[in-house]
Design a protein around this ligand. Sequence first.
Ligand SMILES: Nc1nc2c([nH]c(=O)n2[C@H]2C[C@H](O)[C@@H](COP(=O)(O)OP(=O)(O)OP(=O)(O)O)O2)c(=O)[nH]1
Length: 131
Amino acid sequence: MVVAAAVVDDLVAPRRLLAARRSAPSDLAGMWELPGGKVEPGEDPAAALHREIREELGVDLTLGPPLPGPLAGDWPINDRLRLRVWLALTDGEPRPLLDHDDVLWVDAPGAAGLRWLPADGPVVAAVGLAR
Ligand SMILES: Nc1nc2c([nH]c(=O)n2[C@H]2C[C@H](O)[C@@H](COP(=O)(O)OP(=O)(O)OP(=O)(O)O)O2)c(=O)[nH]1
């Protein structure tokens, strides 16, 4: 399973979302995603998300509610992988330390202008950034 954070400025009425641009592998590099990564065997998914975000962006998260998708609450990536997403807040200043070469706070038009990983389109729409 892959876990990711929809880091927003406000859990109830989000206006801005944190997008991260992948630097690897080459087939995904340059596309934008919600930061996160794979859950390790035996690892609690929420704990995995905290670990990944500390490693990748150097910040701690406060997790809000899950952003429920159509697969028993998860979002489809491909035949083998599904994505579990939480809304989240951070007090810190996210920096692209690992796996990304840029991070950006985007509003609704900004999000619409980014090239997201294919699986992320419906997830970003579900965040419901104010227009
Ligand atoms: N982190 C993240 N991965 C996503 C998203 N959408 C999406 O399709 N994916 C895919 C891309 C990758 O195939 C997979 C996540 O793998 P990853 O490479 O980020 O995981 P990881 O950091 O744990 O790295 P590794 O164990 O594969 O080395 O999920 C997303 O929003 N965030």
